[in-house]
Design a protein around this ligand. Structure first.
Ligand code: HEC
Length: 183
C-alpha cells in the first residue's frame, strides 16, 4: 500500500510537470506571436498617421509625399514603395540621409551673379531648371536659366529629417506596415 502510494505521487508529479511545461511553452509561444505582431504594426493606424496633419502637424508625411494621387510632390511618390525591402523603409524614415533617392538631392546652385539657391530639382528643359527653393517657407518653385549657373553641388543631407525621435516605436512600426501595403 505504501509502495503504491509512493508511485502514485511520483506519477502525479510527473504528470503535473509535463502539464506545467506544456503550459509554459504555450504561453511563451503566444507571447512570441504577440511580440511579432506588435513589431509588424497596424497598417490602418499607420495610414492614419501618414495623413495626420493634426497630430504630426507640418511633419506629416503627406505634406511631402504623394500616395495614389493624394499629397504633395516635395519627396518621391510613395504609391509603390511597398515593393522595397522593409529594412530600407525603416532606414528611410529614421536615417533619411543614409541613402538619397536619385533626383531628390538638395542642390546648392551658385549663379553667375553671386546668388545661391538651395533646392530640389522639379523639372528641366534644354535651357531651364525648375528648382523648389527649400529656404522659402512656401517652397516656391523658381525657374532659372541654365546659362546663368556657375556651379551645382549636390548636398549629402536629405531634405527629409529623421523621424527617429519624433515617432514612438509602435508608430514607426505602424507606418512601415502601411507603406508595405503600397505595392
Ligand atoms: C519635409 C518633407 C518630407 C517629410 C515631412 C517626409 N518626407 Fe519622406 N522624403 C522626403 C524627401 C525629399 C525624400 C527623398 C530624399 C531621400 O531619399 O532622403 C524622401 C524619401 C522618403 C522615402 C524613400 C522613398 C523611395 O522611393 O525610396 C520614404 C520611404 C519616405 N520618405 C517616407 C516618409 C514617411 C513615412 C514620412 C512621414 C513619417 C515622411 N517620409 C516625411 C521628404 C519628406
Amino acid at each position: 500500500m505504501y509502495e503504491f502510494r509512493n508511485w502514485g505521487i511520483r506519477i502525479g508529479i510527473l504528470v503535473l510537470g509535463v502539464f506545467l511545461g506544456l503550459a509554459l511553452y504555450l504561453s511563451l509561444s503566444i507571447s512570441q506571436i504577440k511580440a511579432a505582431e506588435e513589431k509588424k504594426g497596424d497598417p490602418a493606424a499607420g495610414e492614419k498617421l501618414f495623413f495626420d496633419t493634426q497630430g504630426l502637424g507640418a511633419l506629416a508625411c503627406v505634406n511631402c509625399h504623394k500616395v495614389n494621387g493624394k499629397g504633395a510632390d516635395v519627396g518621391p511618390d510613395l504609391s509603390h514603395v511597398g515593393q522595397k525591402p522593409v529594412e530600407y523603409l525603416r532606414e528611410s524614415i529614421v536615417k533619411p540621409s543614409a541613402y538619397i533617392v536619385p533626383g531628390y538631392e538638395i542642390l546648392s546652385i551658385k549663379m553667375k551673379d553671386g546668388k545661391t539657391i538651395d533646392g530640389l530639382k522639379k523639372g528641366e528643359t534644354d535651357k531651364e531648371l525648375k528648382i523648389m527653393d527649400i529656404t522659402d517657407p512656401d517652397l516656391k518653385i523658381q525657374t532659372i536659366q541654365k546659362d546663368q549657373i556657375e556651379s551645382i553641388t549636390p548636398q549629402p543631407d536629405s531634405f527629409m529629417f529623421s523621424f527617429e525621435k519624433i515617432l514612438k516605436e509602435d508608430q514607426l512600426n505602424n507606418i512601415i506596415a502601411y507603406l508595405q501595403t503600397l505595392k
